[in-house]
Design a protein around this ligand. Sequence first.
Ligand SMILES: Cc1cc2nc3c(=O)[nH]c(=O)nc-3n(C[C@H](O)[C@H](O)[C@H](O)COP(=O)(O)OP(=O)(O)OC[C@H]3O[C@@H](n4cnc5c(N)ncnc54)[C@H](O)[C@@H]3O)c2cc1C
Length: 311
Amino acid sequence: MQEIISTTIERICGNVPGDRVLRDEPMSRHTSFRIGGPAAALVVVNNEEELAAVLSAVTETAAEHMIIGNGSNLLVSDEGYPGIMIKLGGDFESIVRDENDPCRVRVGAAMLMSRTSAFLTENGLSGFEFASGIPGSIGGAVFMNAGAYGGEIKDVVRSVGVMDPDGTNLRTVSNVDMQFSYRHSMAEDAGILILSAEMELNEDDPEKIAERVAELQFKRNSKQPVNYPSAGSTFKRPVGGYAAALIEQSGLKGYTVGGAQVSEKHSGFVINIGGASCEDVLAVMRHVRETVYSDSGILLEPEVRLINCSL
Ligand SMILES: Cc1cc2nc3c(=O)[nH]c(=O)nc-3n(C[C@H](O)[C@H](O)[C@H](O)COP(=O)(O)OP(=O)(O)OC[C@H]3O[C@@H](n4cnc5c(N)ncnc54)[C@H](O)[C@@H]3O)c2cc1C
């Protein structure tokens, strides 16, 4: 295992400058939970050529690897990740308005939702307001069809630029072919990499758009524990109900293990109140799942992605 990783890192260093190949990189630096031990290496790739080369290397050596966005939906093990984490930067942080159709923009996968929202607001393009406060990247949002306040990323995305898991077959996939559903897209099943998204919006007065964004931000700040590190909603919305309501009904608001706590402000969030380990969060999640199941018969499924750990 160690040998595979060393060989892979050596190959990657032939294609990506050494200062962007970070060995034993603590994942707590790359997750909104501020939790996670070291990845064997975290590689920041700045363009399609570098990404293709890294994917070709990990495919040939069969090294464990995964791509991350802004780390806002991840819970990484205290032991870390024994493979290569790939993070997009550079060219993937672009946003360009279509010269022929002013209502269309192409956004790089590493671009943050907040920055995308700011650009669209300034340019008088409406339709993305719902997503302005989601703390992830465009790549992560497309991958899982992120949504809020009645909107989902699938509502604005026309097509997605993708690459196969082995770094080949650069192509564009239509909205329909992305097979978006609740917090899911075919990218997860196919293991493809999202490079960019073409979005279609509507022209509107920038001031009106800014007002709507501010309104939703106010709503978010007043309901969610945004002052504490977390990974957002810990559990998926079960059919016919809300995870937060079930957790509250089971009297679990404020339930704490070590540094992890069911938020007092919003019981759908497990938060890091200071120095939480991955094991603390898992212990809270297990207790919540067992208690809610015994009280309601509903088994909550995690929305947060568990990396190298399990419930
Ligand atoms: C305070 C808070 C509030 C939140 N509110 C919301 C909300 O309202 N609605 C909502 O939907 N989510 C919400 N989230 C969760 C999270 O922000 C979203 O799920 C977001 O879309 C994750 O994006 P990311 O870039 O951080 O992805 P990451 O967490 O880094 O990764 C998530 C998954 O996407 C994959 N991925 C990332 N980038 C790519 C890529 N380029 N190609 C292929 N796969 C990729 C990763 O492999 C991983 O499996 C919230 C989180 C927090 C912390």
